[in-house]
Design a binder for this molecule. Structure first.
Ligand SMILES: Nc1ncnc2c1ncn2[C@@H]1O[C@H](COP(=O)(O)OP(=O)(O)O)[C@@H](O)[C@H]1O
Ligand SMILES: [Mg+2]
Length: 151
């Protein structure tokens, strides 16, 4: 069973995707088999950061049962042999408003992914799903910017 790490932030644009992708690459270079999972359900874009503009398989395919297991949505990334990605989806209405059974199935399959580390990029804010995806992990990272807000 892999170690699951989640990356979150209070606000969007804080750098979650940047931290997830670079941390994933760093861990891959250290020899861990890492799967990045884009669970920023309202604005998934990790695939774009890796130049995969039209991913062949996405989280939507799993949620819509086009594929049976989440593992089938794992796509290799050319940047490193140890690094792979489950792309999020453009279908934000489906993924942002996941019914409970679909979310439960997703979390169950996350635990069963192959490899050493699953690195989950969750959305910003405190939506129920966001908190569930964040807290589900074994380890948690939060990203913040140094804005003081008093200028
Ligand atoms: N450490 C950094 N230094 C400079 N720019 C950054 C840094 N981290 C992120 N950015 C930029 O900030 C923007 C938002 O980053 P992103 O990782 O997409 O945020 P989030 O995933 O939290 O919405 C992007 O344009 C990204 O290039
Ligand atoms: Mg992001």
């Amino acid at each position: 069973m892999p170690i699951i790490l989640s990356v979150a932030s209070g606000k969007g644009g804080a750098g979650k995707s940047m931290v997830s992708s670079n941390l994933g690459l760093l861990l891959a270079k250290r020899g861990y088999r890492v799967t990045l999972v884009d669970l920023d359900t309202g604005g998934a874009n990790l695939h774009v950061l890796f130049g995969h503009f039209h991913p062949q398989v996405t989280l939507t395919d799993f949620l819509n049962r086009k594929i049976k297991t989440l593992q089938e949505a794992v796509q290799p990334l050319s940047v490193h042999a140890n690094l792979s990605l489950i792309s999020g989806t453009g279908e934000t209405l489906l993924t942002s408003n996941l019914p409970h059974p679909k979310k439960k199935r997703l979390l169950n399959h996350l635990r069963k992914l192959e490899g050493d580390i699953v690195l989950v990029d969750v959305g910003a804010g405190t939506h129920f799903h966001t908190l569930d995806f964040f807290l589900f992990a074994n380890g948690h990272l939060t990203v913040a910017t140094p804005d003081r807000g008093d200028t």
